[in-house]
Design a protein around this ligand. Structure first.
Ligand code: SF4
Length: 384
């Protein structure tokens, strides 16, 4: 199998037509701007709304003049369709923080995006994943475990109203966490953009109900192939037929019990080999989900052994997202899956203090000063 590493971001939404959807969105945005009171927003948020008005754009080509534009892509439009009109400005403020703050290197009190890890354990051993690292995946490594519900609730209580974009996912399979359904129940009505990523092999009726009744806005199913043999080659221990059966069960329950649910379902694969064809993915998964995507392969499986590269551009993730793992260990990324860059532990340190800690700011300064090569694993990582 020939490995590739190049830009391969592909995305298709089967939910609508982009240019028409964008026109509708813009019309709605302008009406809401004209008719809403901005009193409920603080001065920082009002400033962001002004920037949104100036920077909003449909087209990537708008960036050619060197100015940073706030592009409203199809995936964003799809997300906007899941929220009420009264929440549109709030959603856009948080989307702007997610997209533009990392480009302009702006920091405020909370990360634009938080990833919470319900479990670091996984039932798969995907060939491109750090789960193949035997110094990581064993119980004796100290890295394996499930988050306790109490810790999860403490995180949620601290971020509600502060962070709107989050994922329940990081190093392991979230559905393996014994308390995942209770965790999902605790998120109901609290966030505008909550995702959960799963390989879908462990979905069952109880978990499906928790996803559909809970606060999840997007269910992301990790799958990279449209053929059972290719799937097995990448997703070791996985079975494509089982994933398909579970998705059919999900769709049946949704149709029969949650017909008004606006949840988005997406199959997202890692583009790892020339054998994977996006057209095949669209054909195979299109009848089961709303969106199909490929993301770039980053050699996660050997973060600490790869050769150093000569990248000097700062890593945008240092301004975009923060990770809290099952035991509260807080990290800037999961490329560093053994937490060599850990910035501290929650709840000993609060989320805004972790995000603005000296250690985190030191990493940012190293990157801004073209010294990422002095940090491991940043020195060999290709995220920019
Ligand atoms: S450069 Fe890579 S290893 Fe370093 S913080 Fe960014 S994602 Fe993590």
């Amino acid at each position: 199998m020939k490995k590739i590493y190049k830009k391969h971001n592909s995305f298709i939404s089967l939910k609508g037509k982009y240019s028409e959807d964008y026109k509708d969105f813009l019309k709605k945005f302008n009406i809401i701007l004209k008719t809403s009171s901005l009193d409920k927003f603080d001065s920082n948020e009002k400033k962001i709304i002004t920037n949104i008005k100036n920077d909003i754009s449909i087209d990537e080509k708008d960036n050619k003049d060197g100015l940073i534009k706030f592009q409203i892509k199809q995936n964003v439009i799809d997300e906007i369709k899941t929220i009420e009109d009264k929440d549109l400005l709030k959603y856009l403020i948080h989307r702007y923080r997610y997209e533009i703050f990392p480009q302009k290197k702006i920091l405020d009190d909370y990360p634009p995006y938080l990833q919470i890890e319900p479990s670091s354990v996984c039932n798969y051993r995907c060939v491109f994943c750090f789960m193949t690292d035997n110094s990581f995946n064993k119980k004796s490594s100290g890295h394996m475990g499930h988050m306790k519900l109490e810790l999860f609730k403490e995180i949620i209580d601290q971020i509600e109203g502060k962070i709107e974009f989050l994922s329940l996912a990081s190093r392991g399979e979230p559905m393996i966490c014994p308390q995942i359904s209770e965790m999902l129940n605790y998120t109901v009505g609290k966030f505008l953009n909550l995702k959960i990523n799963t390989n879908a092999s462990l979905l069952n009726e109880k978990k499906i109900h928790a996803i559909l009744a809970g606060g999840v806005k997007t269910l992301v199913i990790s799958a990279d192939a449209a053929d059972k043999n290719l799937y097995k080659k990448f997703r070791v221990n996985g079975e494509l037929e089982k994933v398909v059966r579970n998705l059919e069960l999900f769709n049946n329950i949704k149709q029969n019990k949650y017909s008004k649910s606006k949840i988005i379902t997406r199959v997202s694969g890692v583009k790892f080999s020339e054998d994977q064809k996006f057209d095949d993915m669209k054909k195979f998964w299109g009848g089961l989900v709303d969106q199909v995507a490929f993301v770039d392969y980053n050699p996660w499986e050997n973060s600490y052994e790869k050769e150093k590269n000569d990248i000097i551009k700062p890593c945008s993730d240092l301004w975009r997202r923060m990770f809290i793992w099952w035991d509260g260990t807080t990290n800037p990324c999961d490329v560093d899956y053994k937490s060599k860059l850990s910035v501290g532990k929650f709840p000993d340190i609060s989320i805004n203090d972790l995000w603005n800690s000296n250690i985190y700011n030191n990493y940012r300064n190293f990157h801004l000063n073209k010294k990422r090569s002095t940090l491991s694993p940043c020195s060999s990582c290709s995220v920019v």
